[in-house]
Design a protein around this ligand. Structure first.
Ligand SMILES: Cc1cc2nc3c(=O)[nH]c(=O)nc-3n(C[C@H](O)[C@H](O)[C@H](O)COP(=O)(O)OP(=O)(O)OC[C@H]3O[C@@H](n4cnc5c(N)ncnc54)[C@H](O)[C@@H]3O)c2cc1C
Length: 462
């Protein structure tokens, strides 16, 4: 168990003198809401600081470094792995008030913004210029770009447009020593020095606090087509995903839901939903003429002998209705199993059928209800074991099942997380994927950025 020492009085004095009263608190009732995230775990910080600028972040980190106080960055706490929870005490540095868009440069196709700006605010700011920023997590209306960068977030359109990493040109950050760094470029090419932009993206606040980002913009495609298919067997649905991804037309999204997910949606919000063992939702985008050609390639791959129904959304309302099926799953799951185990493993697309068959088999063996869905075009499957991990009888059983699933993912050439990150939830499984020499190197890199180990301690490493 981690022993949490009281914050040094001299630290509190210095920080209280440096920040306005409404940007700093040690009041336990005000600190409490900053101790949770969407993992539903709780560990209140000893203090909360609200920074408004890069300079204030630097001031706060320098003081934490001087007094050895742990510091955990927090965007909007929608993360699912406990990454923003200050499990070793210290302060939470909230970026929610760093909400300024600094510059939109449509000619050079970038936007520069502070870390606390919401993903949806970035989209709204660039839409009028005919652009979008491709990372599209389902939580876009609530999550910050700082959180997106720290977790390398992504959504359905990552198959075609990439994740946060592929859509970021540069960053400004404060590392664990209190030093300020600017990395990256304003251009779409650049190869001078090591690529610290890509290193900081996905580092979950363990190396530094991202204060500003230059995000690469993509033109909004002229038009889209949306399709959905239902399958009488799990293998029929997963094979359709494999076949779609094996032909040259890259879809904008290719989502998958298994039969358990469809049952749950039917019971929760869509009583008329077709009874099937799998569903896929596919979207293509481009010019109208191109789409007319592309749709045949997608249909040919999707309509296999197990396909019960294949349809194209005829109008925007039908598009909305199809996405509503997919998006009503998370609320349904939360209402049925509020403390479920929720993973986001990835395997090469051709191994999706083997992975899902294995998960269903393991679920049956351990008698654990499970629901599986996800961004299948990327091989990214959200595995939900409907068990409270803290349940004294079922928790350990679920952990054994999870262990088997993770081992299978690695054996199939996959990775333990596609977009949610490690946080505290997957920390103890990381060594399955990262071998000892690489782990040791990662720890040495961390030491360079954060010699005192104050940046989001207790996360990422086993
Ligand atoms: C309903 C729902 C749907 C979701 N769907 C998706 C999805 O489709 N795809 C996806 O990728 N994720 C999804 N998520 C997970 C989550 O929304 C993303 O991980 C998001 O990027 C987190 O952003 P945040 O601002 O809430 O960050 P937080 O939860 O506050 O923080 C997440 C991590 O980032 C670190 N961090 C935050 N800000 C900074 C910063 N400025 N500098 C350094 N580190 C920082 C924190 O310390 C923590 O480790 C979903 C979550 C919910 C609740």
């Amino acid at each position: 168990m981690t022993i949490i020492n009281p914050l040094p009085a001299a630290f509190i004095n210095e920080i209280s003198r440096s920040l306005p009263e409404n940007q700093w608190t040690t009041d336990p009732t005000e600190c409490l809401p900053y101790g949770y995230d969407n993992s539903r775990k709780l560990a209140p910080p000893q203090a909360v600081a609200h920074a408004l600028s890069h300079e204030e972040v630097q001031l706060i980190v320098k003081l934490c470094c001087k007094f050895n106080v742990p510091i955990t960055a927090r965007g909007r706490a929608t993360g699912t792995t406990g990454g923003a929870i200050p499990i070793e005490g210290g302060i939470v540095l909230s970026c929610e008030r760093m909400d300024k868009i600094i510059e939109v440069d449509p000619q050079n196709r970038f936007i520069r913004a502070q870390a606390g700006v919401l993903n949806s605010e970035i989209q709204a700011a660039v839409r009028e210029y005919g652009y979008f920023w491709p990372p599209d997590p389902t939580s876009a209306a609530y999550c910050s770009i700082g959180g997106n960068l720290a977790c390398n977030a992504a959504g359905p359109s990552a198959i075609k447009y990439g994740t946060t990493r592929e859509n970021t040109l540069g960053l400004k950050a404060v590392i664990g020593t209190g030093e300020s760094i600017e990395c990256g470029v304003l251009t779409t090419k650049g190869v001078v020095g090591y690529d610290f932009t890509r290193l900081l993206i996905g580092s979950e606040g363990t190396l530094g606090i991202i204060t500003e980002a230059t995000l690469k913009l993509t033109p909004i495609p002229q038009s889209k087509m949306t399709f959905c298919g239902f399958y009488r067997s799990l293998n029929g649905a997963t094979q359709a995903v494999v076949d779609i991804m094996s032909q040259p037309v890259v879809p904008r999204s290719c989502e998958f839901l298994d039969g358990h997910a469809l049952d749950m949606i039917r019971n929760h919000s869509h009583p008329g939903l077709i009874k099937a063992q799998g569903m896929i939702l596919v979207e293509i985008d481009g010019t109208p003429a191109q789409l007319e050609q592309d749709k045949h390639a997608i249909e040919n791959s999707a309509r296999n002998s197990d396909c019960l129904d294949w349809r194209q959304a005829a109008n925007p309302d039908e598009v909305k209705a199809l996405w509503h099926i997919r998006k009503s799953l998370s609320p349904a799951l939360r209402s049925v199993s509020p403390h479920k185990i929720n993973e986001d493993v990835v395997v090469p697309v051709t191994n999706i059928p083997a992975l899902l068959e294995f998960i269903h088999f393991v679920g049956g063996q351990y008698s654990i209800p499970n629901v599986n869905f996800g961004h299948a075009g990327n091989g990214n499957i959200h595995v939900n074991l409907l068990v409270d991990p803290l349940n004294p009888t079922l928790g350990p059983v679920a952990n054994d099942a999870l262990n088997e699933i993770f081992e299978k993912v690695i054996a199939l050439g996959g990775t333990l997380s596609g977009e949610h990150g490690v946080g505290i939830e997957k920390r103890d499984f990381v060594a399955k994927e990262i071998d000892p020499p690489l782990m040791a190197l990662m720890k040495r890199v961390k030491k360079q950025f954060d010699p005192k180990g104050i940046m989001n301690p207790g996360k990422m490493f086993p």
